[in-house]
Each structure stands twice: as C-alpha cells, then as structure tokens.
Ligand binder design. Structure first.
Ligand SMILES: Nc1nc2c(ncn2[C@@H]2O[C@H](COP(=O)(O)OP(=O)(O)O)[C@@H](O)[C@H]2O)c(=O)[nH]1
Ligand SMILES: [Mg+2]
Length: 285
C-alpha cells in the first residue's frame, strides 16, 4: 500500500466512531498509488494457487487500538453491473437508480467488528469497468487480499467477461499466492430477468475455487453480510450461521457530508483533501 493511500487512511480514521471514506483517485499513469505487479520467485514449488490472507501493515492512525486488521479489497467487473452501488449501499445505505460511470477508481473504507473483539478495516477499491484494458489495472489490483468479481445476473455478457477479469487477477499475482476471490451475482431483485442460471454461476465458482455470493444493491440484500463474510475469512474468524443471518438483516446508519461522486472536475483532487471533504460515518452491526 502506498504512502498516499496510507495518508488517506490516516486522515479518515481519526476518532472513535466507525468511519467511511469515499475518495476519487487520479486515473492516469501518474498515479503513485500502487506498484507494478510482482511475481514470487521463490514459489516455483507452489504450482497450485494458494489463498493466504494476511493483514496489511499500515500505520493509519488506528495502530494504538488492539486487534485492528486492515485489508485491501478490489471490486472488479464490467461497467454497470453495480459495483459502485454495492459500495454505496454498504457504506452509505444509499442507492441511485441513475447510472454514473466510475472514472478510474474510487476508494471506500469500512470498519467491521467481528466476533471475539476482532476489528477489521476494509480498504475497498472500486475500479471503473472500462479499466480492464488499461495498464493501470495491475497497479490497482496489486497487493489486494481479496477480489470481488461482480456481474449482473440479467446481463450474460457481464458473466462471460468474468473469465477475463479473473485472468487479469491471476496475471497480476503470477506465481504469488492468489488472494481470496469471490464471484458475485448482483441485481438479484431482477431474478425474473435472470440470464445466468445459478448452477452456471456455481460451477464457475467451484471450477475456479472462488467464494460465491448473490446480492442486490438495490434491495440491500446480502450486501453487508457478504462484506462481513469476506472480512471474517481474511481475519480467520469463524462466523456462526446466526451471525451471518443477523448481519444480513441489520440496519445501517450513515451520515454523509459533502458527498461529491463522479464529478469529473474532481479528477485531480488531492487525495488527502478529498478524504477530508468526503468524510462520513457509518456502522455495520
Ligand atoms: N435493479 C438493480 N439495479 C442495480 C443494482 N445495482 C446497481 N443497479 C443499477 O445498475 C446501474 C449501474 O450501477 P453502478 O453501481 O454504477 O455500476 P458499476 O459501473 O458496476 O459501478 C445503475 O443504474 C444502478 O442503479 C441492483 O442490485 N438491482
Ligand atoms: Mg462504478
């Protein structure tokens, strides 16, 4: 994780409340966020992909608190499948039916309390769908501990393109252990218009050793439960079925201030300034 991201985290994380940040980052190759993909030269013997979750080593101002684990999660998939909607639902309990394309990437931050007093901070990178052909994509994916591959269950092309998104991820990690990767079918509220049968989804997930979720950003169905599951997997915390069910029914409260998303004039906004401007709070039970 780069200095500027760490700085953003630091600015965003002062105070006792659980906090959420949504930040616009530069889209050009001048971004200093991430470094190029790396392969692990020592892992020749590890031909089979491994999932080795580990916490980010970030000094983001939470370091005096016990048991705070920080993870980078990258959300990928074609444009308009609902990636930004899922994150706005998670962090702001907000849903916009009008489509606003994500330019480059947006950065979200979410804290989740897990059983056993384990506190997790998720740094979630919302990648614009058009970036699949960009050379920045490997920088965005670099060092992620989890990747969510999102498609729209009413759009078969978006499902078939998941193959390509997965290929991009495996290329970035090369011979390094793969992160936790999940296949996410969104827009479950439109299941009457479904183009991808659940067994097709399941087979793809099983064949590629992916976790699997069906969600609806619109109806707030399984969104927080999914992120809770991902956080628990990364932290190595076991969730009971009751816990998962409770989280999928929990209400989210949020306060948003000066929320300016997808404003092209904000493209070159200083990251630290953006973090302060868009700072808001939300909690997840
Ligand atoms: N019906 C329905 N529409 C959704 C859902 N999630 C997103 N959308 C809509 O799909 C469009 C694209 O959403 P967006 O989050 O911007 O997609 P992104 O390009 O993947 O970030 C918008 O018009 C959203 O309102 C959902 O769960 N159900
Ligand atoms: Mg988007």
């Amino acid at each position: 994780m780069s200095h500027s991201d760490t700085q953003a985290a630091s600015n965003a994380s002062k105070g006792a409340e659980e906090e959420f940040t949504e930040t616009k980052l530069p889209t050009s190759d001048q971004t200093s966020e991430a470094r190029p993909s790396v392969g692990d030269a020592e892992s020749d013997q590890d031909a089979a992909p491994q999932r080795v979750p580990h916490a980010l080593d970030l000094d983001d101002g939470f370091s005096d608190e016990l048991e705070l684990l920080q993870y980078k999660i990258v959300v990928l998939g074609d444009g308009a499948v609902g990636k930004s909607s899922l994150l706005n639902r998670l962090c702001a309990d907000d849903f916009q039916s009008q489509y606003k394309q994500t330019l480059g990437l947006d950065l979200f931050k979410k804290r989740i309390d897990l059983p056993g007093g384990v506190r997790v901070s998720l740094h979630i990178w919302d990648i614009g769908g058009q970036t699949i052909g960009s050379k920045m994509i490997q920088n965005y994916i670099y060092a992620a501990q989890a990747v969510l591959l999102v498609y729209d269950i009413t759009n078969s092309q978006s499902f078939h393109n998941i193959d390509e998104w997965l290929a991009v991820v495996t290329r970035v990690f090369d011979k390094s252990p793969l992160p936790y990767i999940a296949l996410v079918g969104n827009k479950m509220d439109l299941s009457h218009m479904r183009m991808i049968r659940p067994d097709l989804h399941q087979r793809f997930a099983t064949d590629n050793s992916l976790a699997s979720f069906f969600v609806s950003a619109r109806m707030n169905d399984m969104v927080s439960a999914m992120f809770r599951r991902v956080a628990a997997e990364l932290a190595g915390v076991a969730l009971t079925q009751a816990d998962i069910e409770a989280s999928s029914q929990s209400s989210i409260t949020a306060r948003i201030t000066n929320y300016e998303q997808h404003d092209p004039s904000q493209k070159s906004l200083n990251l630290a300034k953006a973090t302060q401007a868009n700072s808001s709070a939300c909690t997840i039970a």
